[in-house]
Design a protein around this ligand. Sequence first.
Ligand code: FHN
Length: 423
Amino acid sequence: MPAGAGIGAATQTAWGQATPGASTNAAARDGETSGYIPTTANLEARRWFQDAKFGVFLHWGLYSELGGGGAPGLAEWIMQENKIPADKYERLAHFFNPTRFDAEAWVRSFKSAGANYIVITSKHHDGFAMFDSATSPYNVKRATPFGRDPIAELAAACRRQGIKLFFYHSQLDWHNPDYFPRGQTGHATGRPESGDWEKYLTYQDAQLRELLTRYGPIGGIWFDGWWDQEKTALRDRWRLDRTYRLIHQLQPAALIVNNHHHAPFPGEDYQTFERDLPGQNTMGYSATAKIGELPLEMSETMNGSWGFNLVDDTYKTPATLVRTLVGAAGRNSNFLLNTGPMPNGEIQPENLETFRQIGAWLQANGRTIYETRGGPVAPSDWGVTTQRGKTVYVHLLRDHGGQITVPMIQGVASAQVLEPARP
Ligand code: FHN
């Protein structure tokens, strides 16, 4: 598969930049200034995370049943976009019955794609818990004919097959009446114009406690939706300290990340970028996302939607996605690639094929990606560099007219072409 114009490896005789792992020390310093000191287990988990490089993102929920409603766009936003009142949307739970869900098969596919971790929606903005929650009956086990806990099945499969599981958890909630006052969204849900914000936060922490105590050791919590209250008085009333402390107390090695689109807040363990490489801002999410000292990640969609969309065929090619993965690695960042499972519990065949091709590329070239850090040469028009130990991998991602100059790799002892240029 054409991943780029080629890869070369050069062995350095001297270090051209800070040693791998330096960023985790800086992260520890960040923690000290905020009062949060990551434990040794947490720092180890951050290093593991940086080595892992590639993860699979899963947006799966009641919205998957509607497949985007016949329009391209964010299928998981259909409740908001189509102004579906909460009590009507609840009915979707009665039809949620993904009988073809097979956690072991999912994990096998993602592992053979070369992924080392999975991030799945435990709750998206629609407020529906995709796990068995004693905190609220509005959950997959108790409110659907399916009657199973897919998160428990996935956690068990991940454990058996040796891959880490993270939970995406939406802070924004279009269902819970106590998510009040509303922020930028969720105004057409028919909920009463009253609610108890503190109660909402207690509810949120109770669900997080369930996620952190019932499914064994987890990779971390991937928050989203903070931005909904960014322009309101509630902006500073999330009590992140309390929530983050709870998570770190229950599972010190669980990494906290929050897709608030800013530089990391105190207590967070890595920084994520939505649909843009760190340092880019083509989507408009990253204008204020100054790159911090923590490990990095970029998330991306296969087409234009996170949730399963029936009509959106704008799939990125495997070659494009591999280039993004390599571009991320060259920026010292992980790559988190999304698929929206279908309402029957299967992964879209188109996406499975893409994963298969990415896996084939990683099988052949993974040594230039896994366990590397961003290389000594800044990302450039022609591509990026990664490095492990004294070996620098030069990834040529674009047409370079047959010749490039790679500056500042000092004392190169030997060089070889690993993957010849492809059309
Ligand atoms: O609104 C969500 C969206 O549905 C999706 O979950 C993505 C994933 O990064 N994040 C939000 C937008 O920032």
